[in-house]
Design a protein around this ligand. Structure first.
Ligand code: NDP
Length: 313
């Protein structure tokens, strides 16, 4: 266990592609990383099935299997893991203090890779059928819906973009908007409206996701007329936003108005020396496993350099 006089060289919060890539690089740089797995070990890929867009896997790979491989690679170089999730950090003095579950410790550098969580409607069957027709990532899973009917929930830029993206594969895309207008930018809305494969259903809410082992349809209601209807479809995509898992850090680190940690330009450095943020907790634009892994690598290299400079200063 670390102490204030014997702090860890680096502590990493999160075990998605960002955190585990940071761990691989830190471990290979002899930084002996200690990684806290967090509330969803393996991150968002553990709730997807096939991953076809991660380079190096020409036949695709299952999301949970890919994350096991990441973890195995980090372990091979001596990464240590704790099952706990970070609760708080104290960046008032260096080395930095943190609490995670029942543990506490001190660290010279911190890499925050706690990710973001897609928002779900909270319906029981929606949660049960995650990975079996229910997805919160059209870019990841759209390809599996060739010539099938799908629906996207949401009225923002993500929903508009994902609905448009899905028309590359699906025969028809319902876009379910809970109000009479969309919040998406005009240009994105026009793209949706001009796409003959998209049918926008206004004032529409989802009551249930239907299907035993896989999605076969959804039950919707028009919240103006109270008219209920079942739609037959095989893909149900959520695009109602993501929540960055940054609450343990917001007391100290600057975030945008939606809670994403702000990092310096072309860097993963935060405003606190030796504290870095990578992956989805600081990226609401790309949100891909490969970009998260890339920024995890950046954090590790930056943490290593920062420690070296600190030792020589
Ligand atoms: P937003 O928060 O912008 O939009 C969320 C949408 O989901 C809203 O339309 C909201 O409805 C709807 N919604 C929320 N909860 C529910 C619910 N329970 N049931 C039904 N609908 C619900 O999130 P986005 O992910 O779309 O965008 C996040 C940020 O990323 C934005 O700043 C956006 O501009 C940006 N972005 C930019 C892109 C681009 O420029 N290419 C692409 C994607 C995102 P309501 O409007 O009624 O609140």
């Amino acid at each position: 266990m670390s102490t204030v006089d014997n702090p860890e060289k680096v502590v990493i919060f999160g075990t998605g592609p960002a955190g585990l890539t940071a761990a691989i690089y830190c471990a290979r740089a002899d930084m002996e990383p200690l990684v806290y797995e967090g509330l969803q070990p393996g991150g968002q890929l553990t709730i997807t099935t096939d991953v076809d867009n991660y380079p190096g896997f020409p036949d695709g790979v299952m999301g949970p299997e890919l994350m096991e491989m990441f973890k195995g690679q980090a372990t091979r170089f001596g990464t240590r893991f704790s099952f706990e999730a970070v609760e708080s950090v104290d960046l008032d003095s260096w080395p930095y203090h943190y609490k995670a579950g029942g543990e506490e410790g001190w660290a010279q550098t911190i890499i925050i890779a706690s990710g973001a969580s897609a928002k779900y409607l909270g319906l029981e069957n929606e949660i049960r059928l995650q990975g079996f027709g229910v997805s919160a990532c059209a870019t990841c899973d759209g390809f599996f819906y060739k010539d099938q009917v799908v629906a996207v929930v949401g009225g923002g830029d993500s929903a508009a973009e994902e609905a448009t993206f899905l028309t590359k594969f699906a025969s028809k895309v319902y876009l379910l908007v809970r109000r009479g207008e969309m919040r998406a930018s005009k240009i994105m809305q026009h793209r949706v409206e001009n796409n003959e494969k998209v049918e926008v259903l206004w004032n529409t809410e989802v009551l249930d996701v239907l299907g035993e082992d896989a999605v076969t349809g959804i039950r919707i209601v028009n919240n103006k007329t109270n008219e209920e209807q079942d739609l037959e479809l095989t893909g149900f995509f959520l695009a109602i936003g993501h929540t960055p898992n940054s609450s343990a850090f917001t007391k100290w680190l600057e975030t945008d108005e939606t809670g994403y940690i702000i990092t310096q330009a072309d860097s993963t450095a935060t405003d606190f020396p030796g504290v870095f943020a990578c992956g989805d907790v600081q990226d609401h634009v790309y949100r891909q496993a490969i970009t998260a892994a890339g920024s995890g690598c950046m954090s590790a290299l930056e943490a290593e350099r920062w420690l070296e400079e600190k030792q020589h200063s």
